[in-house]
Design a protein around this ligand. Structure first.
Ligand SMILES: Nc1ncnc2c1ncn2[C@@H]1O[C@H](COP(=O)(O)OP(=O)(O)OP(=O)(O)O)[C@@H](O)[C@H]1O
Length: 239
């Protein structure tokens, strides 16, 4: 079932269009992987979807309800959660105090500890003492507090060792298997394509590939070309 539908989104930064008519979908139980080189517009796109960045044109629909004119708070309450870049924990608060921020019920806390048992053992530790990977688990866990329908995750792996990234990816896959619709922006393309379902590659503000993750995973030369090769910018967006 399609949970999130983004239609022809246009977003400007200092009057320059950096997202130029992007459409994508995220289905319940699936991970939509969003790839692309630095500056392609991935972060800006997620910000436009969650309402953090103002949108110049296009639509954001959650379960067919148009949220395009709503602010970030309304979109969040409607079920759109956004894990932004930077892994911001409340450092002087314990792991559990962080997880309890915005928590609707204890069951959600149990769900987080079930997903990331590592955090259970660290529940009473000040979150500034946690490793980078554990802090990322806390941030993802906090985003689950409102029981979202769609989870947008931006570069959760930045600065982390590949083994830690794999661990996080497994957690995200499990969340999708539990029914969440996930949009995952990721620099470790090969790892993301392993756990993802749908793939989108952005280039200079546009989608230049839309398809299944398996096709791209099995064709690294094509992926390389989509990132760096000579594409006809004015041509067909979907390869
Ligand atoms: N606040 C801002 N003000 C002006 N320009 C911005 C701002 N944020 C992003 N940009 C520009 O918009 C373009 C898209 O940036 P964005 O961060 O969305 O790309 P990205 O694909 O997420 O890249 P990265 O992987 O580096 O985060 C870039 O050219 C960037 O310089």
């Amino acid at each position: 079932m399609t949970m999130l539908e983004v239609r022809a989104l246009v977003i400007h930064r200092t009057n320059i269009p950096v997202v130029r008519g992007v459409s994508l979908i995220a289905r319940a139980g699936e991970i939509s992987v969003l790839l692309g080189a630095n500056g392609a517009g991935k972060t800006t796109l997620l910000e436009g979807i969650s309402g953090v960045a103002p949108v110049a044109d296009g639509e954001v629909l959650l379960e067919n309800v148009n949220l395009s004119r709503e602010g970030a708070g309304t979109r969040s309450r409607a079920g759109l959660a956004h894990v932004e870049q930077g892994r911001t924990v409340f450092g002087s608060m314990t792991t559990e105090e962080n997880l309890l921020v915005g928590q609707r019920d204890d069951a959600a806390l149990d769900q987080i500890y079930d997903l990331f048992p590592e955090l259970l053992a660290r529940r009473d530790i000040q979150s500034r003492m946690l490793s980078g990977g554990e802090q990322q688990m806390v941030v993802i866990g906090r985003a689950l507090a409102g029981r979202p329908k769609v989870l947008l995750i931006d570069e959760m792996s930045a600065g982390l060792a590949p083994v830690v990234v794999s661990r996080l990816m497994k957690g995200v896959r499990r969340l999708a298997d539990q029914g969440l619709a996930v949009v995952l922006v990721e620099q470790f393309a090969h790892l993301a394509l392993e756990i993802g379902d749908r793939a989108y590659v952005m280039r200079r503000g546009r989608v230049v590939y839309e398809g299944d993750c398996a096709s791209l995973r099995n064709d690294p030369a094509r992926l390389h070309h989509l990132y760096l090769g000579d594409l006809n910018d004015a041509g067909v967006d979907v390869v």
